[in-house]
Design a protein around this ligand. Structure first.
Ligand code: SAM
Ligand code: SF4
Length: 498
C-alpha cells in the first residue's frame, strides 16, 4: 500500500478537538482533583487494623473501594496486614477470574512519533533511534511467526503517534493481521483478537477503529499528576494536552468501543498518587458510562536507549512497592483485568501472578520487525525500552501449568458481545467466569495440540484434567455440550466457543 505522506505540522495542528474534551469536563475541570487526592492521602495515613479488615471484606465481596479506602490500604506497612492484603488480593482474583491467565504478544508496528516524552526511546528528538514503519507485507510476516510458529491468538498492536501511522494505516494493519491464516500441527494459526495501544483519537476515528473489530483500546495516562505531566511532555507537543488524553476513554466508549484499558507508567511521579489516579479514572468511567476499565496496566519505567530521564527519575519504584501497588489495585477495582508485561523479570512476574494478575505477554519482542528478523533478541536502537523477560510462550505456559494455572487463549468475549456493560454485570455476578472457564479449556486443548513442546504438553494435560473435572462437577448441565466441543477440537476442528 502506498502511504500518502501528510504534512506533519498540519496533521498535528488538526488532531485535538476541543469540543470532544469540554463535553466531559465539569465546570472546565477534569476528574482528577490533585488537591483532593493529596488530602485523602494525608487523612488516611494510619488506618487501624479493624478498618483495614473491613475494607478487605468489601473487596472480597467484589465491590469497588472508595478513594478513602484505597488511600488507607496504600499506607499499610504492618507486615501481618500486608500479608492479609496479598492473600485477599489473590482470593478476589480467583473469585472473579478463577485460575485463568490470559496471554498475548505485543506487536510494535512503527517507531515514528511526533511527541517528545522525556522517558521514551521513541521520542522525536532521540536522533540515535533507527526509525521504521512496517509495511503490510512485513506485518503479514510478523503475524505469520506470532500466530503460526509461536501460537498466539491475541496481540496488542502498538503505535507511535505520527501521520504515517494514522487511523487509516491502523485499520489496514488490523485487517492484514486478521487475514493471516497459517497451518499449525493439527489446526491452524491465526490471530483472533487485536487490542490496540495508540494515542488518543477523535470519536469518529475510534468509531472506524471499532468497525474493524478491535478488542481492547488501551491508552496509559503515564502520570495522573498534572504538574508532572506538564514537565515530562514538552509544551507545544500533541501529548502535552493532559485533558485530551485523560478523556480518551470517554470518547472510546462513546464511539462504541466497550473494552477500554487504562494505565499509569510507574516511576514518573509519586506511586500512591498514581494508584489514586487509576481509581478515580475507573470510578469516572463507571459513573458516566456504567463500564469500568476492562484492564489496568502498570508498566514500570525501564531504561531506554539514549534516554537519560528513564535512569534518573527520582520516583522509580522498587520491587516491594511494586507488589503493593498491584495488591492495592486488585483490591480497589476487583473486577478489572490486570496486566503485567515482559518489562518485568521472570521472578517479579511469578510473584505478580500470586497477587491477582490476569494477563501477561510471552515470547515478547519489541523491536520493529523483530519477530521475523534473525538476530539479537533486543536491539536498543530499534526498541522503546529494554525487556526484563524474553522467555518463550511455551516456557511461560509450562511454568503457569506447574503453578496450577491454565493459560487461556480465549478470544470469544468481544466476538459474541460479552463486552462493556454486559461483561461488567457477568463479572460482578460471577457468571462470566463460567464462559471463560469453558473457553479456556477448549483453547488450551487447541494450543497444546498445535504448538506445545512435549514437556509443556505433559504439564498442561494435568491442568486440563483438573479443569474438566471441575466443569463436570460445577456445571453439569453444560458438561455434555462442552465435551462434544472438546472431542471435536481433539479431532482437529478449531475455534468452537461458548
Ligand atoms: N505512542 C502511544 C502513546 O504514547 O500513547 C502508545 C505507544 S507507547 C509506544 C506505549 C507505552 O509505553 C506508553 O504509553 C508508555 O507508558 C510506555 N513507555 C514509554 N517509555 C517507557 C519506558 N522507558 N519504560 C517503560 N514503559 C515505557
Ligand atoms: Fe511517542 Fe508514545 Fe513514546 Fe511518547 S510514549 S514518545 S507518544 S511513542
Amino acid at each position: 500500500m502506498a502511504v500518502e505522506l501528510k504534512d506533519e505540522t498540519v496533521w498535528v495542528r488538526e488532531r485535538i478537538r476541543e469540543e470532544e474534551i469540554s463535553k466531559y469536563l465539569d465546570g472546565g475541570k477534569d476528574f482528577i482533583p490533585d488537591d483532593e487526592i493529596g488530602r485523602k492521602l494525608a487523612e488516611n495515613q494510619k488506618p487501624d487494623r479493624a478498618r483495614v479488615r473491613e475494607i478487605l471484606a468489601k473487596s472480597l465481596a467484589v465491590q469497588n473501594l472508595t478513594p478513602d479506602e484505597t488511600a488507607a490500604l496504600l499506607h499499610v506497612t504492618d507486615e501481618e496486614l500486608l500479608d492479609e492484603m496479598k492473600k485477599t488480593a489473590l482470593a478476589v482474583k480467583k473469585k472473579v477470574y478463577d485460575n485463568r491467565i490470559v496471554t498475548f504478544a505485543p506487536l510494535y508496528i512503527g517507531n515514528l512519533c511526533v511527541n517528545n516524552c522525556l522517558y521514551c526511546g521513541f521520542r522525536k528528538d532521540n536522533e540515535d533511534t533507527k526509525r521504521r514503519v512496517l509495511n503490510l507485507e512485513e506485518i503479514r510476516r510478523e503475524t505469520e511467526i506470532l500466530a503460526g510458529r509461536i501460537g498466539h491468538k491475541r496481540l496488542i498492536v502498538v503505535f507511535g503517534e505520527h501521520p504515517q501511522t494514522d487511523v487509516d494505516y491502523m485499520i489496514a494493519t488490523i485487517k492484514t493481521i486478521y487475514d493471516v491464516k497459517t497451518k499449525a500441527r493439527v489446526g491452524e494459526g491465526n490471530i483472533r483478537r487485536i487490542n490496540v495501544n495508540a494515542a488518543p483519537m477523535s470519536i469518529e476515528e475510534l468509531r472506524r477503529l471499532n468497525e474493524v473489530g478491535i478488542g481492547t483500546y488501551q491508552v496509559f495516562q503515564e502520570t495522573y499528576h498534572h504538574e508532572t505531566y506538564a514537565r515530562l511532555h514538552p509544551k507545544g507537543s500533541l501529548k502535552a494536552h493532559y485533558a485530551w488524553r485523560v478523556t480518551c476513554m470517554h470518547r472510546a466508549l462513546e464511539a462504541g468501543i466497550d473494552d477500554v484499558g487504562i494505565g499509569a507508567l510507574f516511576g514518573l511521579s509519586d506511586w500512591r498518587f498514581e494508584v489514586m489516579g487509576l481509581v478515580y479514572h475507573s470510578r469516572e468511567l463507571e459513573e458516566k458510562f456504567g463500564i469500568g476499565p476492562h484492564t489496568i496496566s502498570f508498566p514500570r519505567l525501564e531504561p531506554a536507549f539514549n534516554t537519560p530521564y528513564a535512569d534518573r527519575s527520582p520516583y522509580k519504584v522498587d520491587d516491594e512497592t511494586f507488589k503493593k501497588i498491584m495488591t492495592v489495585i486488585r483490591l480497589a477495582v476487583p473486577h478489572a483485568g490486570m496486566i503485567v508485561t515482559a518489562r518485568e523479570n521472570a521472578r517479579i512476574r511469578r510473584e505478580a501472578i500470586s497477587l491477582g494478575i490476569t494477563q501477561t505477554d510471552a515470547s515478547t519482542k519489541i523491536g520493529i520487525g523483530a519477530y521475523s528478523a534473525e538476530g539479537e533478541d533486543q536491539e536498543g536502537d530499534r526498541q522503546q525500552f529494554f525487556l526484563g523477560d524474553t522467555r518463550s510462550l511455551d516456557e511461560v505456559v509450562r511454568e503457569l501449568a506447574e503453578m496450577g494455572y491454565i493459560t487461556s487463549f480465549c478470544t470469544a468475549g468481544y466476538r459474541c458481545g460479552r463486552t462493556g456493560e454486559c461483561i461488567m454485570e457477568l463479572l460482578r455476578s460471577g457468571q462470566e467466569g463460567k464462559f471463560c472457564k469453558l473457553n479456556a479449556v477448549l483453547t488450551y486443548r487447541e494450543w497444546l495440540d498445535d504448538f506445545a513442546s512435549e514437556e509443556t504438553r505433559r504439564a498442561g494435560e494435568k491442568v486440563l484434567g483438573q479443569e474438566i473435572l471441575e466443569v463436570k462437577n460445577r456445571m453439569p448441565s453444560i458438561y455434555p455440550k462442552f465435551m462434544e466441543y472438546y472431542e471435536r477440537i481433539k479431532r482437529g476442528e478449531r475455534d468452537l466457543y461458548f
